[in-house]
Design a protein around this ligand. Structure first.
Ligand code: HEM
Ligand SMILES: Nc1c(Br)cnc2ccccc12
Length: 290
């Protein structure tokens, strides 16, 4: 499968910055969502799950076709709860009908990372909505009840190495698990809406106890009320991953640099960009004094 980015000469940086600002202002406005966590974390998850179906072996899946808009993909249990993120995006699609779903879902994730004080993430337009029959089969998104070998294998399919895998999982500094979505519970402590290296600091500094939660699923809980998935905890069980976790826990800049590059790579997996395709770095609302 080949997906060529469509270079739309009628649209400029300002058009996309306007969509970025509309999303960013809506995140700021609707701050009460999910116990005042806000929509930032779930918008990051929407962009990630739109892209996480990619398979480097046949170049299928990924963000290009915007197939997350179809009910087949939405019915994958791993996507439970993302309807709230799609509902958030509905009015944006009405106001800007010229943007593809793939571009909007990935732009929303980049906007959320940046507005939650994370690193600047480069973004390129050009994804083209594909028909329903191009939707990848369910089952490509990861399952949390696994260890390091599974995690390494899963990320290899997305063409991500150990450093990229650890950096991407660092997005679990944001938001929380919801029993009704995934069968995992918490963290009740610091379910945060700031993009930091806290996930790695918590992994190393908290006492973790593997226990069955009230849905009967295994998860790691800490005295402070934090939680980790088994796939999170795998990052300190595997020596190669542990080394990178320590680096990122002690150097937030190194984490930000790696996250910025592999998040862009994740959102662009499977797409061929012509050499005249533009690359955008959006300004935050703060940088525009908005
Ligand atoms: C092995 C890989 C991964 C697994 C098994 C996994 C699993 C999960 C699970 C079970 C949840 C809770 C969903 C809910 O109950 O609402 C979650 C939430 C989340 N995940 Fe992951 N995840 C993985 C990788 C990633 C990556 C690569 C990113 C982004 C770069 C990411 C970003 C998020 C965010 C932001 C949330 C919070 C969403 C919210 O607060 O509504 N995750 N993840
Ligand atoms: N905040 C989180 C922490 Br802290 C640890 N793991 C997670 C997994 C999914 C979503 C959020 C978290």
């Amino acid at each position: 499968v080949v997906h060529i980015a469509a270079v739309n000469k009628d649209r400029s940086f300002d058009d996309y910055q306007r969509i970025y600002n509309t999303i960013a202002e809506k995140i700021r406005e609707e701050d009460e969502y999910d116990g005042y966590i806000g929509y930032g974390p779930i918008l990051v998850r929407l962009g990630w799950h739109s892209s996480g179906t990619y398979d480097k072996n046949d170049n299928t899946g990924g963000s290009y076709g915007g197939t997350m808009r179809f009910k087949l993909e939405q019915s994958d249990g791993a996507n439970n709860g993302l309807g709230n993120a799609r509902a958030f995006m509905e009015p944006i699609l009405k106001e800007f009908p010229w943007i593809s779903h793939g571009d909007l879902y990935t732009l929303g994730a980049v906007c959320a990372v940046q507005e939650l004080q994370g690193p600047k993430v480069k973004w390129r337009p050009g994804r083209v909505d594909m028909p329903e029959d191009t939707t990848p089969k369910n089952g490509r998104l990861p399952d949390a009840a696994n260890g390091a070998d599974y995690v390494r294998n899963f990320y290899a399919r997305l063409n991500m190495n150990d450093r990229e895998a650890v950096a991407l999982t660092g997005a679990h500094c944001l938001g929380r698990t919801h029993l009704k979505n995934s069968g995992f519970d918490g963290p009740w402590g610091a379910a945060s809406n700031s993009f930091t290296n806290e996930f790695f600091v918590n992994l190393l500094n908290e006492q973790w106890k593997l226990q069955k939660n009230k849905a009967g699923n295994m998860q790691y809980d800490s005295p402070k009320g934090y939680m980790m998935l088994e796939t999170d905890y795998a990052l300190v069980q595997d020596p190669a991953y542990l080394k990178i976790v320590k680096e990122f826990a002690n150097n937030e800049g190194a984490f930000f640099k790696e996250f910025a590059s592999c998040f862009q790579k994740l959102l662009e997996n499977g797409i061929d960009y012509p050499k005249d395709a533009p690359t955008y770095v959006f300004k935050t609302l703060d940088e525009q004094d908005l």
